[in-house]
Structures are given as C-alpha cells and as structure tokens.
Write a protein of this length. Structure first.
Length: 139
C-alpha cells in the first residue's frame, strides 16, 4: 500500500508538472476513501514534500490527502469503478471495462504514465501500460 501510494503521488506530481510547463498552474489534491491507513498516508505525504520520494520531491500537491466515505461521494464511487476496471484486467484477464476507459489515463508521447503494470519479466504483456512503453503508442 505504501509503495502504491508513493507511486501514485509521484505520477500525479509529474502530471501536474507537465501541465505547469504548458502554462496551467493548478495544484493537485489527493482524495481517498476512508481507510485505516489515513494517518500513515498523511504522514507519508508530508514526507514526500520535504524528504521526497524515490523519484524526487513532491511539489504540486496542495495539501495532505483528504479522506471521505465513498458512500457519500460520487467522485470516490467513480474512482472505485476505475479501480475495479483495472483490477478486473489484471486479476481476472477481463478487459471489457478497462478497454472502455483506458484512453483516459494520462499519457505523453504515446506512453501511458497514469497506469503502471508492476509485473516484471513479461515482455509479451499486451496491457495498455506495458504496450505503450514498448511501442510508444497508446491503443
């Protein structure tokens, strides 16, 4: 969970850096579903802004993560649907949901940055994250 959170924050910060380079100066806010890990993740986020991550210091997050109950927030419910689509793709091999939204993940120069497949050693994986890194093209 901690590695995933570090990766998520780093990728989000890089996305915001690319927006900033194009003149968009907005900052980001991470909103998560209520969790037993709230304190840990908030402390990690503070550390990311001072000590950095393995990829650098996080500069463009406006605040520590906010936690809300998914039953009370449509935005968190939408995030749950996206997470389910990713889960179905990688755990069950069911691509029907991710295929519908895959083109919405952050990408630059044909490489998907907003989705990362952490499985190493499969040079033939055809998920959009792996395929885009091998070919430089998003499906």
């Amino acid at each position: 969970m901690e590695v995933a959170f570090e990766d998520l924050c780093s990728r989000f910060d890089r996305y915001l850096q690319r927006l900033r380079a194009g003149g968009d100066t907005q900052r980001g806010l991470v909103i998560l579903d209520k969790s037993a890990h709230e304190t840990t993740l908030q402390q990690m986020a503070v550390g990311f802004r001072t000590l950095g991550t393995r990829w650098g210091v996080i500069r463009l997050l406006a605040d520590t993560p906010l936690f809300v109950d998914s039953r009370a927030s449509r935005v968190i419910q939408l995030a749950d649907h996206v997470a389910y689509a990713v889960f179905r793709r990688y755990q069950a091999g069911d691509t029907q949901y991710l295929d519908r939204i895959g083109h919405k993940f952050d990408a630059e120069d044909g490489v998907v940055h907003g989705l990362a497949h952490k499985e190493l050693g499969n040079p033939h994986c055809t998920c959009i994250a792996c395929l885009s890194r091998r070919t430089g093209n998003v499906r």
